[in-house]
Write a protein that binds this ligand. Structure first.
Ligand code: CO8
Length: 259
């Protein structure tokens, strides 16, 4: 079933919640209406017992070419402050299920930042990444300086953020910004394939594993290790742990129920 909500298209592919950005004329520029619908859709899928992971995509030409410049051009500092747009981005951070990004074409500015909120990034060979805000007199504001630096290190983050240059897909792969590059015609189906793989895993283990990896960016190593250990112990209270290990012993495929 495809549900049209103007700026985004929402669809279910089996247990995958698919959200496609849908402002092709504007290279999927992220205006406030798009962000609101996107975040609402992510939260709905996150709360939906039938859905195991989400897939976020644009189209072939653009994942998203940034926040909508037309909405910001005449805004004052006070306007921006009261809009409090970053509250929406904070809500994406709280999504528990894995989000897979399928990226083709431009992932720039807020588009690149949105992509960096996702957990696995599948890109087409044609994808172009960048934080070009410097060219329009500003800087990244939705985590670009922080997540880019953590993903690729200081030297390359500085280069990308200060010069605004675009990275090609293979460059971004080598730098560790993304994890898979495939030919353009396969980027969406590859992302679906990754999602299908995730759907086979234990849903609780998936969420806790996501939480633990993200914790690595927030804590010193000793604290992160302690956190990981507690989540690991927690999984021994689930039926999925019993099923997973028993299936291994019985040489069969595990059927995880998320209990
Ligand atoms: N905002 C609004 N409209 C856009 C945007 C954008 N970010 N990007 C593209 N568009 C529009 C163009 O204006 C054009 O519209 P129209 O046909 O009505 O003139 C249409 O999309 C097609 O774009 P182009 O004609 O420019 O296409 P080209 O192939 O010539 O160029 C580029 C493609 C290089 C991607 C070019 O469009 C471009 O440079 N876009 C802007 C990229 C950019 O600067 N992004 C950063 C924006 S700022 C930001 O993201 C800050 C995030 C902070 C957090 C958000 C919360 C506030």
């Amino acid at each position: 079933m495809i549900c049209m909500a103007d700026e985004i298209l929402i669809e279910r592919i089996d247990q995958i919640g698919v959200i496609r950005l849908n402002r092709p004329d504007k290279l999927n520029a992220l205006n406030m209406a798009t962000m609101e619908r996107l975040v609402n859709a992510l939260e709905r899928f996150d709360a939906d017992g039938e859905i195991r992971c989400m897939l976020l995509a644009g189209n072939e030409r653009a994942f998203a070419a940034g926040a909508d410049i037309n909405e910001m051009a005449d805004a004052s500092m006070v306007d921006m402050y009261y809009r409090n747009q970053f509250a929406r981005w904070e809500r994406i951070k709280r999504v528990q299920k894995p989000i897979v990004a399928a990226v083709s074409g431009y992932a720039l500015g807020g588009g690149c930042e949105l992509m960096m909120h996702c957990d696995i990034i599948v890109a087409s060979e044609t994808a172009r990444f960048g934080q070009p805000e410097i060219n329009i007199g500003v800087m990244p504001g939705a985590g670009g300086t922080q997540r880019m630096a953590r993903a690729v290190g200081k030297a390359l983050a500085m280069d990308v953020v200060l010069t605004g240059r675009f990275l090609k897909a293979h460059e971004a792969l080598t730098m560790g910004l993304i994890s898979r590059v495939v030919p353009r015609e396969h980027f969406f189906e590859e992302a679906v394939r990754v999602c299908r793989e995730l759907c086979e895993k234990g849903p609780i283990a998936l969420r806790l594993a996501k939480e633990a990896v993200l914790k690595a960016f927030e804590t010193p190593l000793s604290e992160g290790l302690e956190y990981e250990r507690k989540l690991f112990y927690m999984l021994f209270s689930t039926q999925d742990q019993k099923e997973g290990m028993r299936a291994f012993q019985e040489k069969r495929r595990a059927i995880f129920t998320g209990k």
